[in-house]
Design a protein around this ligand. Structure first.
Ligand code: HEC
Ligand code: HEC
Length: 331
């Protein structure tokens, strides 16, 4: 947990610095969702190397997938396929979560929170049979034999052994930490009344009234707590009845990590930033539309049937959480 605390401190420090410079006239509104701090702790040269590595298929054993194959920049940082495909064509049972704003997930990483920090995540991804199925020594050999990569890593990191696991991981983590996506809603949180529309504002009011904000809150509108999927009903029975799959191991969620009975079907509350761009939804990718995800959250987390017009309003509000740069890139 030490490095999560460290990331948090940096985030808080960055937020404080920004508040005093760029937004000195307007302290953030007093809301259960907080604006994204600006990134001030990433070395651009290192993040640039990380960006190349993130898109480099040579990191997988059979050269078929890069990190980006499952965390797509033009799909909100997530995977539009229900189930991602790993090296050697292995199909995963999980939907890939977004890589955007990942540094602000404070309850650990992955759907279960099983990984403590971004460094550990990468160490695992490279060797995990469900991801790259490779080994660090082989990856480093490939990178060291790539003259441009070896030269750029030497320039950025120096030292006797610039193409090391520590440096390659650091570069990827630097890139990941730079993936922060300020939205119109952040502008509103910082005091710009015109940044979101009247309908989006109504949607935000509904989001609070229904109690969504009880679980989806903080800087990442999630990522900071664990809850059972199906507090007020059986989601998995609904999924099976709709022909979207019987129970599989990964549905056990956090129980797989802690083995505590109370963690059965418990998942990390996901971020809702960019959620309008990251269909399909839930850990199993079994929910194709945002409207249905909102409906199911009402039914299975809050014990409420949310009428269609309220779902529409909430969906509009969630759209205001898409990164502005991403929204422009999509047009
Ligand atoms: C085959 C698809 C696939 C590939 C390739 C892949 N990932 Fe992932 N990634 C996933 C899935 C699925 C999860 C969720 C895993 C879980 O919950 O157990 C995930 C989770 C993550 C997370 C945690 C996100 C969060 O919100 O907690 C990070 C960070 C991440 N991946 C980074 C990477 C990096 C870096 C690489 C390349 C070295 C990579 N991924 C390659 C599918 C993939
Ligand atoms: C009791 C806690 C809780 C409440 C209340 C709650 N959620 Fe969730 N939400 C979760 C959890 C946990 C998940 C992850 C479920 C999974 O992946 O299997 C989730 C997932 C989601 C997702 C899918 C995100 C993705 O990337 O797949 C959306 C959208 C969502 N919630 C919206 C809402 C809305 C809208 C409300 C209010 C109507 C709401 N939630 C209320 C805990 C909650």
């Amino acid at each position: 947990m030490k490095s999560i605390a460290r990331i948090l401190c940096i985030a808080v420090a960055a937020g404080a610095a920004v508040t005093s410079v760029a937004w000195s006239q307007s302290a953030p509104r007093n809301e259960p969702i907080q604006p994204l701090p600006a990134v001030t702790d990433v070395d651009p040269a290192k993040a640039k190397i990380g960006k190349r590595l993130f898109a480099d298929k040579r990191l997988s054993a059979d050269g078929t997938v890069s990190c980006q194959s499952c965390h797509l920049p033009n799909a909100g940082g997530a995977d539009p396929r229900r189930h991602s495909v790993s090296a050697f064509g292995k199909v995963r049972e999980l939907n890939s979560p977004t890589i955007f704003n990942v540094r602000f997930n404070t309850s650990g990483l992955n759907w279960t929170g099983r990984t403590v920090d971004l460094d550990k995540q990468i160490a695992g991804s490279i060797s995990n049979a469900d991801t790259m199925a490779h080994s660090w020594p082989k990856v480093l050999e490939i990178l060291a034999n790539d003259a441009k990569m070896a030269k750029d890593m030497a320039a950025a990191y120096g030292g006797d052994n610039p193409v090391s696991q520590a440096n390659a991981s650091h570069a990827i983590v630097s890139f990941e930490k730079s993936l922060v996506t300020p939205s119109r809603f952040d502008d509103w949180l910082r005091g710009d009344d015109k940044a979101i529309s009247a309908t989006e504002m109504l949607g935000y009011a509904k989001f609070k009234e229904y109690g969504c904000v009880g679980c989806h809150n903080g800087v990442n509108v999630g990522g900071n707590a664990f809850f059972k999927l199906g507090l007020t009903g059986d989601y998995f029975a609904y999924r099976a009845a709709n022909g979207r799959g019987a129970a599989v191991d990964v549905d056990q969620g956090r129980f797989l990590v802690t083995k505590k009975p109370e963690d059965m079907n418990v998942f990390r509350v996901p971020t809702l930033r960019n959620v309008a761009l990251t269909a399909p939804y839930f850990h199993d990718g079994a929910v194709p539309t945002l409207d249905e995800a909102i409906m199911l959250m009402g039914r299975f987390q809050l014990g409420r049937e949310i009428p269609a017009q309220d779902r529409k309003l909430i969906e509009q509000f969630l759209g205001s959480l898409s990164g502005k740069a991403l929204a422009t890139a999509q047009q």
